[in-house]
Design a protein around this ligand. Sequence first.
Ligand code: IMP
Length: 431
Amino acid sequence: MSGIIIVGSQWGDEGKGKIVDVFSAQSDFVVRYHGGSNAGHTLNVNGKKTVLHLIPSGILHDNVQCVIAAGVALDVQGAVKEIEQLKAAGYLQNPKQLLISESASLLLDDHPALDKAREERAGKSKIGTTGKGIGPAYEARSARKSLIFSDLFLSDADLQDKVEKASAETRFLLQEYYKVEAPTTRQILDNLKKVRPFLQDYRCSNASSVIHQALEQKKKVLFEGAQGTLLDLLHGTYPYVTSSSTLAGAALSYCGIGWSHIRKVIGITKAYTTRVGEGPFPSECHHAEAKHLEIKGMEKGSTTSRPRRCGWLDLVALKYAIRVNGITHLALMKGDVLSGLKKIKVCTGYKYKGQILQEYPVHFHILKSCEPIYTEFEGWDQELQDVRDIEDLPEQFRTYIGFIEKELNITCSMISIGPQRDETIWLQPLF
Ligand code: IMP
């Protein structure tokens, strides 16, 4: 069992990019299994910031084999841009380091157009999507009219035929229903043809088999989740969710591998909570505390630059995330951001119509009316970036961590106290 799944346990932006980058040093493979350019994984190495949207975060280690699996909504132009940037920065010098599943769905130019038109029309009841076309791309796959990555390498005539068939309905919707301009077949086709030569080298006809063989050979394989548990299409805070499954179990189906190779599921958890976009957020805080978290945590979306909504750690939601993902260990992120707060709150229950709820209510109409019940902790002033041993953390922070572990009956494998690779306290080995 040499597979480890990394999953976001909140609403995304927990710090998965840093963790996958740090863990990659100990891994042979890093596999991105779902989502698309809506994700933004930020890596800080030697004072330099790299933001990846599609390419697995293991790419900064040249001995790590990176794979984009079938479950990803592949924005080919975005992928080419990222590849070029990585190459210019001295990474990905060997094209064999990156494999893209030929079964991944292509995100076409008309998908962002439809995503944005819908949000515009929805007005106040919009989802607050990233506008990257993720919903329409996954819908096309479910409707069995997606192009897949292998289609990109068909003859021009066959590719044109596929694009015409795939985009006819979307164009009708955009022009006739939303009354906006739609990209023409020619534009979509030309953009695909432009990127074709750049992506030829990364084709992988059977990524499921490549990953399976690596696992059989006991290679260390890290599955990199995007977004977070509460954005899961089926089990998140629907309808304010993304269009893929964000749970650990999805790593298996989106990659096409069996469960028996999975050794651990690590839930990446920010020491507080953030959310981008609309939707209920019971432990959201406001005023000076929210400003502290937003500014010190640099809580701005790495894909859309939108400010993130900030709030306290929510153990009701976290218990739910542990259950639906089968999380075995936590990685506690951004502990340093809490330094300087006088009091720190943790949500330990929800009050709904006079009752205390034990289970996370995923239904929107209940969740939006839940009142958080808080336990309060003393804050601390010490800055944490230089700490490398848990014993050197302020006592108040150790109390906070101990409370989380006890309430959730789970161990923290590592604590992150800064964006850089070495600003990490290891409590357990990864593999
Ligand atoms: P979509 O994935 O662009 O359709 O957006 C649906 C919802 O998921 C919106 O609330 C987005 O803000 C949120 N979302 C999508 N990707 C991310 C992410 O990587 N981090 C945080 N939120 C995200």
